[in-house]
Design a protein. Structure first.
Ligand code: NAD
Length: 314
């Protein structure tokens, strides 16, 4: 028996107002769930697990999903950062709305322990946002096999390890309440849809993520799980780009990646100019796409660009 299974029953007894998904007494080992979403298919009221939630897109996704009425587990390698995000959510929305958990997304034991903690706390998981990801940009000569392995480990293997840990929870819930479906959303990238110059390790891991998304979708549809990816453009206001020491803006300036650029603002304008809509991607854009994945009952296996027109599907 999976170690998290007994905790699924916990939602019935929860007094925090959480049990939109109520566990009723089952027949023997079979769970029966009485799900009460506030509105059919709505993101509101779901328990969301967001990896890489300590900063950047993940932090904003966790906070905005909480603002939309989700219960949010903030999972990250950086436990102190995850705790800060969860504390802020609990201050705004009440104690118990958010839980911080430590996870290394590519480590199976670490992910299994995180899932057990989340299910023990919330009584289940309804939406898994696989967001944690890293970048090591550089040319074929610069990127070492070790860099390549690291990017592949977190972005590609980490997505599989997460789905392997979370999907059985979602499947058990669907088996208990077959009229309800549950969601996995990968935060992919525009670099998962078209190649990225001097950023092949990242682009390869993200192309691989689309292959996993489509394949997981084909398999897990039988278990009541939709699997989709959202593919943001550059989050030029986020910490990955703006960090004054290690951000991509200063790195690309130093590397001369943008011909003629002499300041970080030049670099930024160069990337903005590549977007038909003239600006970088914002977390609210990504959250809207995640909501679409959850609220659209009739779609799975898709990779949705969120790029202001920079990447178009064909
Ligand atoms: N920033 C962008 O411009 C951009 C654009 C498109 C897609 N994305 C994607 O969005 C996601 C988030 O990117 P971001 O820019 O917010 O990154 P970020 O570097 O700001 O934050 C990433 C978070 O993931 C955590 N993390 C890293 N490795 C981990 C691991 N092994 N286990 C658990 N947590 C780990 C970090 O501690 C950090 O909190 C990534 O998948 C990235 O590929 C980012």
């Amino acid at each position: 028996m999976a170690s998290w299974l007994p905790h699924l029953r916990g939602r019935l007894a929860d007094e925090r107002g959480l049990p939109r998904l109520r566990v009723l007494p089952g027949d023997g080992a079979v769970l029966r769930l009485d799900v009460e979403w506030p509105a059919a298919g709505a993101v509101l009221g779901r328990v969301a697990l967001v990896t890489g939630g300590a900063q950047g897109f993940g932090r904003e996704i966790a906070e905005q999903l909480a603002d939309l009425g989700c219960w949010v587990a903030v999972a990250d390698l950086n436990l102190a950062g995850a705790r800060e995000v969860a504390r802020g959510i609990n201050e705004r929305h009440g104690t118990g709305r958010s839980l911080a958990v430590e996870v290394d997304v590519a480590d199976e034991a670490s992910f299994a322990a995180a899932v057990e903690d989340v299910v023990a706390f919330f009584g289940g998981i309804d939406l898994f946002v696989s967001n944690a990801g890293i970048v090591r940009a550089g040319s074929v000569g610069e990127i070492t096999p070790e860099d390549f392995d690291l990017v592949t480990r977190v972005n590609y293997r980490g997505y599989f390890v997460g789905v392997r840990a979370v999907a059985p929870v979602l499947a058990a819930q669907h088996a208990a309440a077959p009229e309800h479906w549950f969601d996995i959303v990968e935060v992919n990238s525009k670099s998962g849809l078209s190649g990225s110059r001097k950023n092949f390790a990242y682009a390869g891991s993200k192309f691989g993520g689309i292959g996993l998304t489509q394949s997981f979708a084909l398999e897990l549809v039988e278990q009541g799980i939709k699997v989709n990816a959202v593919c943001p453009g550059n989050y030029l206001d986020g910490p990955l780009w703006t960090d004054p020491e290690r951000g991509l803006l200063v790195q690309y300036l130093a590397a001369g990646k943008v011909p003629g650029a002499t300041t970080v603002d030049d670099v930024r304008r160069h990337y903005e100019a590549q977007v038909p809509m003239g600006r970088g991607c914002r977390p609210a854009d990504v959250v809207r796409a995640i909501r679409y994945c959850v609220e659209q009952a009739y779609e799975t296996g898709q990779a949705i660009p969120v790029t202001g027109g920079q990447t178009m599907l064909h």
